[in-house]
Design a protein. Structure first.
Lengths: 226, 412
């Protein structure tokens, strides 16, 4: 049993499209150990989102190896990718994490539905409590929640299937600084308790202190000659 | 779970969803009503006469003859001699002959002068004979047998006395109220024009056209006046062998001592139905067009929502929903609306028919059962669901494309 959660070897990716000069991304080697939390920073346009899209299976590598939790995730077919993502990967976006017309509980249950898991209401309540959210929010439509509350619900939703890998994309950009610190604290606590491998993407360097390692996204890529 | 999501998604777009639902329901209501009316009309139309091989009357159009002899509509142009009837009845090819004499009415219901052979030989539906619900066939001069609708609408029962007027209006200036008719029997409901008919003997028709003084003599003594009818309106013929139909028709059309015309009821009915059928088809066509426009409305609603739903699709993708699941979701919404609309249309139509049944029958003579559940309805419903699936294809394709192209970076 490997304790390497993310294992990338010699991976290539290029955006398809009319523009022939799309950059070719090449990651020679990147490994993240299980339970590690990685802060990935870098200027916009440097490939942060590309890395997240590859790790979540939304984009497929051109060639090379992408192993997650010991499985060849990069080579999986569409349906298998979706099923793997549902079971093993949690994702939190910058904004719009939730389906606005569903009540909070339904949003959380939806994650369980796609992972074929029965949602345990007690663990939902426990997580709500640890994120300082009142239980009443469960029945409220998402649209009635504040942005900060929505982001915390998004964490509950992302962690409800106890995924081994959590991908987080600029979750604090819509929060003020005090809310941001509280958010980071609970996020790190929950991840630590569940021993979740976390890739956290942000351009806000001040958040780096919460993480085991901090990485400039540009350092992942090898410079390619065309 | 997906059904709940589809349902809540529709609810979140209440206004457009309700409008789409209403336009679907209304168009389905139109379609179902047209289909139902068409089937019912054809049904009751074809039930009106059965077993009659030839209808004989004065020469006019075959439609005209059919309309007044069977459907009690319009007026006969001319009469035929009673002696012609007697000759026809004795013809060896003829099994039975029913004389029909029209021209009088009772409170808007047509009066038919005939004889006992009418109750013996007249057939409707699939070879069903008339049965008398209460009482018996007329035997005396001033006796009558009424149809089920006449009895119901005017509240008549056996032994009531009624007055028969000359002419066919609901009110007549020349009521023969010196000579009331006793109701001898009420016929069982047939769902044909027979239900709206007052039947009396041929002699009674002669009697009510006598001068008042003679009529009063008759009331005292039924044999006081000779009541041999001179003319009647039409004759319904049943033959011993159907093979003889055309031969007899030719003979009748060339009959030397009276001007006669014989028509085959089947042929005349087909001709009449082809007239009515065209109107029916036009109605059907319009109903289908209305439905198509409603389905386009559904497609438009779903397409218009696609842009605002890009985020939602991204969220679902991230949770592990495949593009197929996204498409299923959109399709589910469309089908949910369509099925709701079908059910509502059926409920509304059934309810409307149930409550308006008597009104339609009384005011327009339309006999529509409120039971609309036929095989046709099932086919139409399945057709609508198929059409919905097809119209939802475009929004589904948009959703699929958007699901495939969705990236995390697109979500802001």
């Amino acid at each position: 049993m490997t304790n390497i959660a993310i294992d990338i070897q010699n991976l290539h990716y290029q955006y398809r499209g009319k523009n022939k000069h799309n950059p070719l991304f090449h990651i020679p080697k990147w490994q993240v150990e299980a339970g590690d939390t990685v802060f990935l920073h870098g200027k916009s346009g440097t490939g942060k989102s590309t890395v997240l899209n590859l790790l979540s299976g939304i984009l497929k590598p051109l060639n090379g190896d992408l192993h997650l939790l010991g499985e060849n995730f990069g080579a999986m077919k569409g349906a298998a990718t979706d099923a793997f993502r549902a079971k093993h990967i949690g994702v939190v976006f910058q904004v719009f994490n939730l389906i606005p017309y569903l009540p909070v509980l339904k949003n959380i249950e939806l994650a369980g539905y796609f992972a074929n898991n029965k949602t345990d209401i007690e663990s939902v309540k426990a997580m709500l409590a640890s994120l300082a959210l009142p239980e009443e929010v469960l029945m409220q439509p998402v649209s009635q929640l504040s942005v900060g509350q929505q982001q915390r619900v998004a964490i509950v939703r992302a962690l409800i299937n106890s995924p081994e890998i959590l991908l987080v994309d600029e979750p604090t950009s819509a929060l003020d600084s005090s809310a941001r610190d509280a958010f980071m604290q609970v996020l790190m606590d929950v991840a630590k308790r569940k021993n979740t491998t976390m890739i956290f993407v942000s351009h806000d360097q001040s958040l780096a202190k919460y993480f085991h390692q901090s990485l400039d996204v540009a350092s992942l890529f090898a410079v390619e000659e065309h | 779970m997906l059904l709940t999501v589809a349902k809540l998604s529709l609810i979140s777009r209440k206004k457009t969803a309700i409008l789409t639902f209403l336009s679907l329901t209304i168009s389905l209501l139109v379609l179902f009503s047209v289909e139902h009316t068409r089937l019912e009309a054809k049904n009751s139309f074809n039930r009106s006469i059965s077993g009659t091989d030839l209808i004989v009357g004065a020469p006019s159009g075959q439609l005209n003859l059919l309309l007044y002899s069977v459907f009690r509509l319009g007026s006969p142009t001319n009469n035929i001699k009673y002696s012609s009837y007697e000759l026809l009845a004795e013809n060896q090819l003829v099994d039975w002959a029913i004389p029909i004499s029209l021209g009088d009415s009772h409170k808007g219901f047509r009066v038919v002068g005939t004889n006992k052979s009418y109750f013996e030989h007249f057939r409707y539906g699939s070879d069903r004979a008339l049965t008398i619900e209460t009482g018996e066939a007329f035997s005396g001069l001033f006796e009558t047998v009424i149809g089920a609708d006449v009895a119901e609408e005017l509240g008549y029962k056996v032994d009531d006395e009624i007055v028969i007027a000359h002419g066919i209006g609901a009110t007549s200036f020349k009521n023969h109220d010196q000579a009331p008719f006793r109701i001898a029997g009420v016929l069982k409901r047939t769902g044909t024009p027979v239900d709206k008919t007052v039947h009396v003997s041929l002699e009674a028709i002669e009697a009510i056209h006598l001068p008042v003084s003679k009529l009063l003599e008759l009331v005292d003594d039924p044999n006081a006046v000779e009541l041999e009818p001179a003319t009647i309106t039409a004759v319904l013929l049943g033959l011993n062998s159907r093979l003889a139909t055309f031969r007899l028709q030719r003979e009748i059309n060339n009959y030397p001592s009276d001007r006669l015309m014989a028509v085959l009821p089947g042929v005349a009915m087909t001709e009449l139905w082809s007239l009515v059928g065209t109107v029916e088809n036009i109605l059907r066509f319009i109903a289908v067009l209305v439905l198509i426009s409603a389905l386009f409305g559904l497609s438009t609603m779903l397409l218009a929502s696609m842009h605002e739903r890009r985020n939602e699709i991204a969220v679902l993708r991230i949770l592990g929903a495949g593009p197929k699941t996204i498409v299923t979701l959109i399709l589910l919404e469309a089908l949910l609306l369509a099925i709701l609309a079908i059910v509502s249309a059926i409920v509304i139509l059934t309810g409307a028919l149930f409550s308006l049944n008597e009104f339609l029958a009384a005011e327009y003579g339309l006999f529509l059962t409120w039971n609309i559940f036929t095989l046709e309805l099932l086919y139409v419903s399945l057709g609508v669901i198929t059409a919905t699936t097809i119209t939802a294809a475009l929004p589904c394709y948009e959703a699929y494309k958007s699901a495939i192209l969705q990236q995390l970076s697109n979500t802001r």
